[in-house]
Design a protein around this ligand. Structure first.
Ligand SMILES: [Zn+2]
Length: 312
């Protein structure tokens, strides 16, 4: 059984077992309360790792809490979960952890049906102020570190159709590179997101390689929604669920699945949910607040919408 309390203690975070919150939770002083909290009002659920604050109402994932409290990175979080027995990191744990801690390395799955990266693509390691990339990231409230954590590349030379794009690699469950998506950085290209013809990205789920507690799996629409919400969240590249994506979701054996697509895709969300319902006990549809897209919301707000969804 994973031990949430042990994880929190390993970071020197003060916890209580009995007190303000239910016995299903470990109590922590809430870092999100606007006027502060010294009464351990935030409860981290032992089963899911998600949390709720009973004072300010903030909800979220264990990752969000650790990022707020100790500034943890994506890759370090993977290692923490693996060490605590929260995730199965396969037959070669040392290799897996090395891969997690070495995000620049891109290893390809042994398979012909995988597209080569564009020849002009370079891994993103650093950036300068005022560049096309830094402006793009700033507008969308991401940082260079987000690009590095997600092992992104960039095509710096402006030759259509692949020039001046953020190249976002897609990985399978074992962390092998399987496909990519190119996001236009100029805001002038006809196709904002470009993929290589013939290599269907709809066969994949974005973010599936991040070790996370998949007991509660959140399914979002796009790559940047996944970045915003972190591990335990996968993206479907649009508002439809392909057969392979449905199968991949079932194979993660989640106890709960919450679909969290954009506000204009409510009907599609419920349709997709009905395909998951025969296989997963608890399926929910979260609707972004006030019809905003998940991308416009902060991560705490997005998680609150997800945790507020009711079982179908
Ligand atoms: Zn609070």
């Amino acid at each position: 059984m994973p031990n949430v309390e042990k994880i929190l203690k390993s970071f020197g975070i003060k916890t209580i077992i009995d007190g303000q919150v239910t016995e299903k939770c470990v109590g922590v002083c809430c870092p999100f309360c606007p006027e502060g909290d010294d009464g351990f009002h935030l409860g981290v659920f032992k089963d899911y790792g998600n949390f709720t604050c009973w004072k300010c109402g903030t909800k979220g994932s264990l990752f969000l809490l650790l990022r707020k409290l100790v500034g943890i990175s994506y890759s370090a979080y993977g290692k923490v979960l693996a060490d605590a027995g929260f995730v199965d990191i396969g037959t070669d744990p040392v290799k897996k952890v090395q891969e997690l801690l070495n995000p620049k390395q891109v290893t390809k799955r042994a398979d012909d049906a995988i597209p080569e990266l564009p020849p002009t693509a370079k891994p993103i390691i650093k950036d300068r102020k005022g560049s096309l990339l830094s402006k793009f990231l700033h507008r969308r409230r991401y940082t260079l570190q987000d690009c590095i954590d997600h092992r992104c590349w960039i095509t710096p030379i402006g030759i259509a159709p692949w020039g001046l794009r953020l190249i976002i690699p897609i990985f399978d469950k074992d962390g092998h590179y399987v496909a990519y998506q190119g996001r236009d950085l100029t805001n002038r290209a006809k196709e904002r997101y470009k993929t290589v013809r013939g290599f269907g990205i709809k066969r994949h789920l974005y973010g599936v390689e991040h070790p996370a507690c998949h007991m509660h799996l959140v399914v979002v629409e796009g790559v940047f929604d996944q970045w915003r919400m972190g591990p335990g969240v996968v993206a479907t590249f649009g508002t439809s669920l392909s057969e392979s994506q449905l199968l991949a979701i079932i194979n993660l054996k989640p106890q709960r699945v919450t679909l969290f697509w954009d506000a204009d895709a409510k009907i599609k969300s419920f349709q997709a949910a009905s395909h998951i319902t025969p296989f997963v006990n608890d399926v929910r549809v979260a609707i972004p607040f006030e019809d905003r897209d998940p991308d416009d919301m902060g991560s705490a707000e997005a998680w609150t919408a997800v945790e507020s969804a009711e079982k179908l």
